[in-house]
Every structure is written in C-alpha cells, then in structure tokens.
Design a protein. Sequence first.
Length: 255
Amino acid sequence: MIELLTPRQVDEMRPAGRFVAEVLTRLVEAADVGVNLLELDALAHDMIRARGAESCYIDYAPSFGRGPFGKVLCTSVNDAVLHGLPHDYALADGDLVSFDFAVSVDGWVCDSAVSTIVGTPRAEDQRLIRTTEDALAAAIEVARPGNRVGDIGHAIGEVARAAGYSVNTQFGGHGVGRTMHGEPHVPNDGRPGRGFKLRPGLVIAIEPWLLETTDEIKMADDGWTILSQDGSRGAHSEHTIAITHGDPVVMTARD
Ligand code: MG
Ligand code: MG
C-alpha cells in the first residue's frame, strides 16, 4: 500500500531529514586517513543518542542480510557499494567510502547516502561519484506529479549510460514514511511513462549506485556488504524527497 502524506505530515518529517543530513555532513568531515570505520559508526551512534533519534539499521534483519545488522551506519569502502557493515578497518589514503544512514525522529524516517574520497582522490573515483550525484539530481528533477516511477528510473539509467556505466537494478529506492522501506519500489533504471503515477504527498528515497566496470555484485563473507563482482569501486548517492504540487522537496539536503 502506498501512503500519501499531508503537507503537515511532510513538515513533521523535516527534523528527521535535517538530522540525517547533519550526521552525514559530520561523517564526511570525520572520514580521514587512519580513522576506523567502527569509530565512525560510534560517532553516528553518539549523535543518535544525543538527538533522541532511533536507528533504522541496528535491529534491521531483512531476507537479503545476515541480520540483525547491529550497527547504525553503512560504511562501504572501495569495491563495497551497499550495506557495508562497519568493521575494524582504518581508512587509507585514496579510499572511496559511501555512508548510508537512516533514522526515525519523532516517528518519521529519512534515509540518505553520500560517497566521499579520503585523502588523495583518483580522477576515476571522482567521476564515478559525480555521476551518481548527477543521476540523483536528474531523477529528483522528474519527481513531479503526473510523471511516473519509470521516469525516475529512466533518468538515472540515462545519466549512468551516458557516462559509460552499466546499471544494476537489484537494489533501488523505495517509499519512506513511518518505516524505512515502503512502496513503491523506485528502480534505478526504467521505461519512461511506466509504473506508479507520482502524486503530491508521496515521499520516496531515490538512490542510484554505480560500479566502475561492471553491473554484477556479490555478497561479502560478513553476510551484509555488497561488493562489485570484479573488484572495481562503487559509489552511492541517496536522498529522501517529497513530491509536492511545486518543486520536489529534498528532505535530506546537506548545506
Ligand atoms: Mg539508505
Ligand atoms: Mg534507501
């Protein structure tokens, strides 16, 4: 069932979006050479406690993971691209790390992800990240009443392919509300004019992710972390957005 929120409910969700943005901004600042992924998870956990928020991840136990997750943050480094389980690893110069974070504040969930480079960047990593961000921006641009979910997926796929990347559609975006994952599914590729018709009050997470030289993935030994099949690096960009009568509102926008 697809839930449409009233403008008042969308307003009630804003603190969750602001908090998620604040935590991701802090994590990007903190991600430096020598910083351990467990320290970053602890930092996010401290911020959750201080805010009185509730983690969507710590007890998360979906069919595709070896649940419960047990951490509050996904940290996907280099050939890891999604659901990276924080582990005892100190970030090294040139690492590409993606943070994915979702919490509930006052009963409303927001979900967002950002990719960044630690220390000295490689040009191909910058291009990969920029393409996921461009794909996300193109998708948000078409997230308007009257368009369809397929238009969002199509926008993502077009940007990715134009940059020379292929798209894996096994994991994508989703409805967001009182819980982290609702309907509709928002695929990272699609046919324009197809799928669920977008309406004001629909709140969704849009989350393109790309791998440099493959669209095939495999599961890491930890039972959670999704890796590229060929060892190439991945990037992930996600925002929770609300569809309105006017422009789409990016609930998790960072300054
Ligand atoms: Mg997410
Ligand atoms: Mg998500």
